[in-house]
Write a protein that binds this ligand. Sequence first.
Ligand code: BEZ
Length: 212
Amino acid sequence: MTLLLGDIVPDFTADTTTGPISFHDWIGDDWAFFFSHPADFTPVCTTEMGRTAQLAEDFAKRGVKPIGLSTDTIEEHFKWIDDVNDTQNTTLRFPIVADPDCEIAKLYEMLHPGESETAAVRSVFIIDPDKKLRLSMTYPMSVGRNFDEILRVIDALQTSDANGVALPADWRPGDRAIIPPSVSNADATTKFPQGFEEIRPYLRTVDLNAEA
Ligand code: BEZ
């Protein structure tokens, strides 16, 4: 089964470093940043785990819970977390799923045999409170993820949901947003009393922070 954007993500139960979870229940009313790793005690993964721990407040203020996965045991995860904390100067508190039999990695298509038969690649799933998949990215084993982009896309998804807008290339919070083509000019005038700019009939932008 290929996971597509907008799908309800598969539920699962698993042992994690913060205790057993049932994934959908664990997400609850929050968003989830579910990300996989090839293996414990590997250098790139160690930096990514550390970065996620360092960004704990940034995820929390967006209502996002991070959860990692690698295809190792819970005992290995606990030992590795000590290394992550030591080497990355942080305290890792989010759960890491133990998936030694690759059951969840298979369910989420994290195994890409061209890269490895047994280790998960670097998958990212951003999941909303309705348990819908809102973004997926897949990075190779040799390249660590860009956490600025992960936070940026969460901001963009939440801004899009809250305001019924789309966001342009390289959008950052505070930048102008795009009025989707499905919204008529008449409706846009009502919806955005601060006004909007029509660069082309299909390209209209609005300052979400401007006063009406
Ligand atoms: C790493 O996380 O450092 C890594 C894992 C598998 C292959 C290459 C690098």
